[in-house]
Design a protein around this ligand. Sequence first.
Ligand code: ASP
Ligand code: MG
Length: 451
Amino acid sequence: MSKIRVLKFGGTSVGAPERMRQVARLISRDDHPKIVVLSALSGTTNCLVSIGESWKALKPTEVEQQIETLYDHYLNFINELLSKERTAGKTVIDEHFDQIRKLTAVSFNRSSNRELLAQGELMSTKLFTLYLREIEKDAQLIPALEVVSTDENGEPDIDLISARIKRKIGDSSNKSLFITQGYICRNHLGEIDNLKRGGSDYTASLLGAAVNAKAVEIWTDIDGMHNNDPRIVPDTYPLKELSFDEAAELAYFGAKILHPNTIWPAKKYNIPVKLLNTMAPQARGTVISSVSTPGSIKAVAAKDGIIAIKIKSSRMLLAYGFMRRIFEIFEQFKVPIDMITTSEVAVSLTIDDDENLDAVVDALKRYGEVAIDKNMTIVCIVGDLISEEIGLIKKVLRSIGDQPVRMISYGGSRNNISILIPTKSKKEVLLSLNRGLFAPEEIPAQNSQHN
Ligand code: ASP
Ligand code: MG
């Protein structure tokens, strides 16, 4: 069997019957072996989250209303998608909605809530498989709950996943098309769990690593990763190539197209990740691989909801151990730190999760004065920024002009310059960086005109 490819289709790519048919056409273009990973139909997971919230808040009427609205949506969906298999489709949705009603009829608990959240992917994959049967396309459904699992720390074990998926594929050695659910998994207790919102991309790269795939293809409704935020900046363009490290920085710092965890399994097993557009399947999209182009600024991304914390201590002067004590506090409260800058008497750092902020601040006060700035944005400039390439920093700062800057971090890796600004100046900063870094004459010809 030639090397298998893993193709992941997101919620909007399967969110309407016509889109789902388009996915079936897309995967039927050739007979090469494929694992197809599907998200839930668009809007479903949000709706299940909201049902879970109403359930937790003891609002049974709201729970019921939302379930019925979602059920009607699925009923319309199968009526439009299926004909020969319509009865089978109705059985699928009835079974899953019965389960949803049963789960929410008793008192709320987190484990049942996770089972509730899993229903979207379970239904989308079953309905898609029925549609394939209807068009007489041979495919095998592989339950992700029998393949993908996480350990006590919520980390997936690729060796285990690899053994399981290979066995499943081996059991159906006459097939070359496999369908499975993104996002859902089992945790170390054997309970139904998930890989966090947007986690279907992560499933795809875990499976890609597990089968040593030829490539992992992430099919969405945009034509790849762009050089700047297309929601804010006009005339952005899709990037032809990115290295794993550059893509990881962009995914983490705001490029919504890819779940940030997607990159590490692909990088570790050197599997190229392609970002492709269901609406324009011929477009080349973005290829993420181990190849990088030194000395170039590739893209800018922005991440909102950042909190800056400054700890100022006179005792830091010529002292050692200060940083360790500060970092231990963040470790104790399990708060990840994004950016750090230091001076001789103070350290500033950023976090994006305020759940334990008060506790962290109280603990930090033992070591000095603490000041907090909320509503901040990290703007991240990504590329292969070798330090010998003089002028990069100058170019960045010149482009930002007289916009206010709270922190700058450069040199932490060769892939990133991070700048912390107030969120209210984000639009201006992204636009000025765009003018300064990607002036039209600097747009590489092959990128400005993707086919
Ligand atoms: N359906 C899940 C979500 O909406 C997972 C995914 O689509 O990647 O978060
Ligand atoms: Mg997504």
